[in-house]
Design a protein around this ligand. Structure first.
Ligand code: AP5
Ligand code: MG
Length: 213
């Protein structure tokens, strides 16, 4: 969990490789639906491009399906984002007999967030993330892992929309961290997302290693 640009996707990419987990990003799932230009995709776009949260009933239905399909050993990224979503996820995981093990909470300062988000680029083929300054590809504008694929910028990555997303995070999502902190059996891993990505990965890997089978 963490605000936009804290590095959730960047760290999730690294951690799933390290631990052989499945990465489930609600944002990526919604962007794929958006790209299909379906009626649902257009509905998602109307919230996402305004920097607002997608309504809970839509999120819960889509993510419940994705979690069921993925099975266990999942790294969730961007979900749950409201207490209602967290409660619904708890119910689903309890029924499946596979509750959450840990929550990684990442922080980042607003000025860093704005720089990271406005400079982010993504490969449309493999979804690998880059940053024009902080994590540039070897050849400017092109994915390192794919042949001749140009990087793209997310439609919600302008400064104005990022500020809306930050507001939504503070108003609706921060409470979910409190919801998880109140649990005795859940491991909470707090990391400073302002730091170098390698340092952040190292800290989270060390904390998560205790869950390795
Ligand atoms: P989502 O896709 O989840 O976006 P977000 O939460 O705003 O987070 P980001 O993906 O922007 O940031 P990130 O933390 O993943 O950062 P990244 O690692 O890429 O959601 C998008 C929208 O979908 C929402 O606004 C909402 O409308 C909707 N939505 C999704 N889930 C929902 C839900 N559950 N309920 C309701 N609505 C929902 O890093 C950013 C950049 O910084 C990259 O360029 C990266 O290279 C760079 N970087 C990362 N870490 C570092 C570092 N340590 N040092 C230097 N650069 C770094
Ligand atoms: Mg992300």
């Amino acid at each position: 969990m963490g605000p936009p640009g804290a590095g959730k996707g960047t760290q999730a990419e690294r951690l799933v490789k390290k631990f052989g987990m499945k990465h489930l990003s609600s944002g990526d799932i919604f962007r794929a639906e958006k790209a299909s230009d379906s009626e649902l995709g257009r509905k998602l776009a109307s919230y996402m491009d305004a920097g607002q949260l997608v309504p809970d009933e839509v999120v819960v239905e889509m993510m419940a399906k994705a979690v069921t399909q993925a099975g266990d050993n999942i790294m969730l990224d961007g979900f749950p984002r409201t207490v209602a979503q967290a409660e619904s996820l708890d119910e689903q995981l309890a029924e499946a007999g596979s509750p959450l093990d840990a929550v990684v909470v990442m922080t980042a300062n607003d000025d860093i967030i704005i720089k990271r988000i406005t400079g982010r680029r993504t490969c449309p083929a493999c979804n690998r993330g880059y940053h024009v300054t902080f994590m540039p590809p070897k050849t400017e504008g092109y994915c390192e892992d794919c042949d001749d694929v140009e990087l793209t910028q997310r439609s919600d990555d302008c400064e104005e929309t990022v500020r809306q997303r930050l507001e939504a995070y503070r108003a609706q999502t921060e409470a979910v961290i409190g919801y998880y902190r109140d649990r005795n059996l859940l491991k909470i891993i707090d990391v400073d997302g302002n730091l170098d990505a390698e340092i952040v990965s190292g800290e989270v890997i060390q904390a998560l290693a205790s869950f390795e089978a």
